[in-house]
Design a protein around this ligand. Structure first.
Ligand code: NAP
Length: 347
């Protein structure tokens, strides 16, 4: 497989590469990449045939969108690139209308994004995060209006409960109006919770899954060591947005990393490539978001598409990282059908 192994994003006509370029690092001075390195990363991805670029209004305080807009224009690539950005996280402390998913805020956020991106439309507009108050009908109506106006081509939902996405997809289908085409959720060998509710909901609603942090912020690249001073090894060192309750340094995760290292050594590939190959191979995954703070990391990660993990290698990784969401399992299905292995229409 390579980046030109294009596929549709969910049940839609939007065509994307199997790896999407995440630009959360672009313009981030503390754990991201300078403007010059961001440009090299962008060019390397495009030159390899990649067409799916992911940013957000809040990344690097808007600098990521500015850079992405300039880089796309510099390559005259607006038509061939699928440009995705997001709204929802607050951009102005103390102003509730500068965040969330209400109609007033979505219009405000889109105006700002289009200005920074230097374009008059977004290919894929993500609700960044469920705000826990705005009715799904209002979000659907607002985004549907934006699709009709042409300023947004498609939309998707990120970081939301499965019920919220499937309610939106169902309402849209019944009403014959635009609905979400994809969901963007954290997914990696150390974060498999979406397999419980989100993956079946995505399949039912025709949503392509776009995993974020498939390397758990770099943890699965294998550069951190248990019990050692992880001082300056990367983004997860010292004080960072992924520490405290979001830490990846747990006993369970170190065990998963050990198994990943074993498989990586067996096939002579870096752990990062194997972790990405695992994510790409999972059911329902449309396009996996990759992040890099250096060009060499991006090159390394693109090579993950060359790997086909064998069933025993997948089994090793799946077993050690099992999310323990066992109730609706193959075992239960066998019990229900009297010991017979029954396959469903979409298995
Ligand atoms: N919807 C959401 O809520 C949400 C949340 C997070 C991210 N995202 C999106 O998902 C994208 C990817 O997320 P992510 O950056 O967290 O992904 P990730 O792949 O889990 O982490 C990327 C980081 O891992 C390290 N790394 C990457 N490749 C490596 C390699 N080959 N060897 C060693 N280290 C490597 C780098 O950090 P170092 O600098 O430490 O080396 C890099 O910045 C983002 O850019 C963004 O577009 C969305």
């Amino acid at each position: 497989m390579n980046l030109t192994d294009y596929r549709t994003l969910g049940r839609s006509g939007l065509i994307v590469s199997p790896l999407a370029l995440g630009t959360m690092t672009f313009g981030n001075q503390s754990w991201g990449s300078s403007d010059a390195v961001s440009e090299q990363i962008f060019n390397t991805y495009l030159d390899a045939g990649g067409n799916f670029i992911d940013t957000a209004d809040v990344y690097s305080g808007g600098r990521s969108e500015e850079l992405v807009g300039q880089l796309i224009a510099g390559r005259s690539a607006r038509d061939r690139v699928v440009l995705a950005t997001k709204f929802g996280f607050n951009a102005e402390k103390g102003n509730p209308h500068a965040g969330g998913n209400g109609r007033k805020q979505i219009y405000r956020a889109l105006e700002g994004s289009l200005k920074r991106l230097g374009t008059d439309y977004v290919d894929l507009y993500w609700l960044h995060v469920y705000d826990m108050v705005t009715p799904v009908e209002e979000v659907l109506h607002t985004l549907g209006d934006l699709v009709r106006s042409g300023r947004v081509r498609y939309f998707g939902f990120s970081d939301m409960p499965a019920w919220y996405a499937i309610k939106a997809a169902t309402l849209a289908q019944v009403r014959g109006v635009p609905g979400p085409v994809a969901m963007q959720m954290e997914y990696s060998l150390v974060a498999r919770q979406i397999e419980g509710e989100h993956r079946p909901a995505a399949r039912e609603g025709g949503l392509g899954i776009v995993p974020w942090s498939p390397l758990a912020g770099g943890f699965l690249a294998g550069k951190y060591r248990q019990g050692e001073d992880n001082g300056k090894r990367g983004r997860l060192s010292g004080s960072n947005p992924f520490s405290g309750p979001f830490t990846k340094f747990t006993e369970r995760n170190w065990q998963i990393l050990d198994a990943l290292r074993t498989v990586a050594e067996e096939i002579g590939r870096p752990p990062a490539q194997v972790a990405l190959a695992w994510a790409v191979a999972q059911p329902g995954i449309a396009s996996t978001l990759i992040g890099a703070s250096k060009v060499s990391q991006l090159e390394d990660n693109l090579a993950a598409l060359e790997i086909n993990l064998t069933p025993p290698q997948l089994e090793t990784l799946n077993t050690v990282s099992s999310p323990g969401l066992d109730f609706f399992s193959a075992g239960l299905r066998q019990v229900v059908f009297g010991g017979v292995d029954v396959r469903g229409w979409n298995d």
